[in-house]
Design a protein around this ligand. Structure first.
Ligand SMILES: Nc1ncnc2c1ncn2[C@@H]1O[C@H](COP(=O)(O)OP(=O)(O)OP(=O)(O)O)[C@@H](O)[C@H]1O
Ligand SMILES: [Mg+2]
Length: 373
């Protein structure tokens, strides 16, 4: 991969050099896959789940015994969407750019009702799924399973943003996945999802494809000491410097969230040769201002009581006793019973979370902005 001007990447995986740590998680992922176990990787937004899968898949592919497929379910809302994206990923990996279409792929396309057409503008081949798709989901999935199972190498499929299947209208989606996994035991799966609470609930449901069928890997923030060394090395390698105390401030402000740490370091690296504390203050203000239009929509999505409570939690976090009279009076939140209802609602929407008795606003940037309004 190309060497980058700015080593603090904001767009997925660009090679080992720009990827910090995750050694233990990688070891665990290898051990699960090598021993034929499926995996559920879960954690809060922005911690690095998708990038970790890419790093893992890069290593697996380099080993030469594995083939990996990465499926992003973010924009899927039905099983037909899942089939479409799976078919196009299969085509991209095994069909596109290859001279001719293999007989096994022809067989697959026949069942899918798919055809390859040339885009008249780019002159590139594209996959089209015909109308035969509807009502034939089971057959389509099985045809893809057959195709993948017949590969000589072991096939690992990652379904990223797996929490999305909870929003599908057709609740049969779970049984489609479950049947598919049972029918093709040689395929290995890495499921990946946001919102730990939701993923664990899905995992525990007997109807879920994950139930007793995947090993859990919770993704937590990278340790401060490890991130510090990574940041120092990259600044030093380009003749720049940053004080350790500033790195600690960034880490605390970002609450250890990989995305936010990368974002702040990316700006600081671009703007400074010698990073001082005031540079960090300026950059974080610059970032918060950019997000203002996004934050503006939040009060409209909540009741007044919920919004006021959310703001109060941001100002106090970690907040240990949200129903104490001291907290209620200080932020003029009204009766404890009303606040208790608002608290449950914010928790259900996963706008806040509780850890060891302390409450936090889930979105770190939103929290940092609300602290100051
Ligand atoms: N180990 C790492 N070292 C350096 N940068 C990383 C690392 N992991 C992730 N990143 C960077 O952090 C950002 C967020 O990572 P990623 O998108 O993988 O998180 P995620 O947990 O999948 O987020 P989401 O929940 O929003 O899908 C990206 O810009 C990515 O490049
Ligand atoms: Mg992701």
């Amino acid at each position: 991969m190309k060497s980058l001007e700015n080593p603090f990447i904001l767009t997925s995986f660009h090679g080992k050099k720009y990827f910090c740590d995750r050694d233990n998680e990688l070891k665990t992922l290898f051990s699960h896959v090598e021993n034929d176990r499926n995996v559920l990787l879960y954690g809060w937004r922005g911690l690095g789940k998708s990038t970790l899968i890419q790093r893992f898949f890069d290593k697996l592919e380099n080993k030469g015994q594995y083939e990996t497929l990465y499926i992003d379910l973010l924009h899927c809302s039905s099983i037909e969407d899942v089939i479409k994206i799976l078919a196009s990923v299969i085509f991209d990996k095994y069909g596109r750019g290859k001279p001719g279409i293999s007989s096994s792929m022809n067989k697959l396309f026949f069942v899918l009702g798919a055809s390859v057409r040339f885009d008249p503008y780019s002159d590139m081949p594209d996959l089209h799924l015909g109308p035969r798709q509807s009502g034939r989901e089971e057959q389509s999935l099985h045809a893809m399973g057959d195709f993948l199972q017949e590969r000589k190498k072991k096939v690992i499929i990652a379904f990223d943003e797996f929490q999305e299947i909870d929003f599908f209208e057709d609740k049969n989606v779970e049984s489609f996945f479950r049947n598919w996994m049972q029918k093709f035991p040689d395929l290995r799966f890495v499921f990946c999802g946001n919102h730990p609470g939701k993923m664990l609930r899905m995992y525990a449901e007997k109807t879920s494809p994950l139930y007793q069928n995947a090993q859990l890997i919770p993704l937590l923030p990278i340790q401060l000491e490890t991130y510090r060394d990574f940041i120092l090395d990259h600044f030093e390698s380009k003749g720049k410097s940053i004080a350790e105390e500033v790195i600690k401030m960034i880490y605390t402000w970002a609450r250890g969230q990989t995305y936010l740490i990368q974002l702040v370091c990316n700006y600081l690296f671009a703007q400074c040769t010698q990073v001082r504390e005031q540079d960090f203050h300026r950059v974080r203000q610059e970032i918060l201002e950019q997000y203002l239009p996004v934050f503006a929509s939040f009060p409209k999505m909540l009741t007044k009581g919920q919004w006021n409570l959310l703001k109060a939690i941001a100002k106090e976090e970690p907040l240990f006793n949200p129903l104490s009279s001291e907290f209620l009076i200080k932020h003029q939140l009204g009766a404890a019973s009303t606040v208790s209802t608002a608290l449950k609602s914010l928790q259900k929407q996963e706008l806040i979370f509780e850890e060891e008795g302390a409450y936090f606003v889930q979105e770190v940037l939103l929290s940092r902005w609300m602290k100051n309004i």
